[in-house]
Design a protein around this ligand. Sequence first.
Ligand code: ATP
Ligand code: MG
Length: 258
Amino acid sequence: MTTAPASLSVRDVTVRFAGLTALDAVSFTVEPGSVHAVIGPNGAGKSTTFNVLSGVYRATSGSVHLGSTELTGLSPHRIADLGVARTFQNLALPPHATVAESLMLGRHRLTRAGFVASGLRLPSATREAQRHLERVREIAEFIGLDKELDFPAAALPYGKQKLVELGRALCMEPEVLLLDEPIAGMTADERRRTAAVVAGVRDSLGISIVMVEHDMGVVMRLADAVTVLDFGRRIAGGTPAEVQNDPAVVQAYLGAQE
Ligand SMILES: Nc1ncnc2c1ncn2[C@@H]1O[C@H](COP(=O)(O)OP(=O)(O)OP(=O)(O)O)[C@@H](O)[C@H]1O
Ligand SMILES: [Mg+2]
């Protein structure tokens, strides 16, 4: 079954916490196969946006759709099942797993044979496991970690661990990938490599990416579209060049430095 790639649309999303409006009627659309950056000063509502998209927070009002499917109010698990995968700002790898095992975790939602069949080693289960393992190898190669498949993931340098997380999300075969500060804390070399992988995810796999990122150089180079938040409001949106010269954006960032 093939379906046309779907756009992710955020419509008038408002999130209120006791006495505080973290997001105020925010709307934007992530076009299929594009990198869409969400930027803004500290406290602007970037993480809140991510948490709404992935189902961790429930919007007070407004809606999120993937194509014609409404995601608003669904559980994180269900949203992941529908094709929206995320990575976390902090590393979230199991402590003793190898790279291969960590990637395999991303395959779980796609495993049909189930635990009983796998436990009994039925031929159908073994064939399925083989297929998943092949896909894990392909994805490891894609993120440049095929040589490290049997290494403990937690023993790898930070930048490679982050790539394992990205690989695990790719193993879910998502339509949309949510990346929370994918290059934060990396060395210059790791940044270049990760940026190249993210571009590859878009260009070779056709997956849409929503990225929260503070590094403006990377945002400007990688993003096809940018949404700028400030105090929970969308203050600008467009191509990187358009938002870079937008007076409201300049003002928001200058204001944030005072
Ligand atoms: N669970 C929560 N309960 C109460 N307030 C919250 C909660 N989560 C976020 N907020 C508030 O909502 C506002 C937006 O926060 P958010 O974390 O989305 O900002 P951000 O753009 O990700 O900032 P940063 O760049 O610092 O990560 C902030 O004022 C924050 O204190
Ligand atoms: Mg944040």
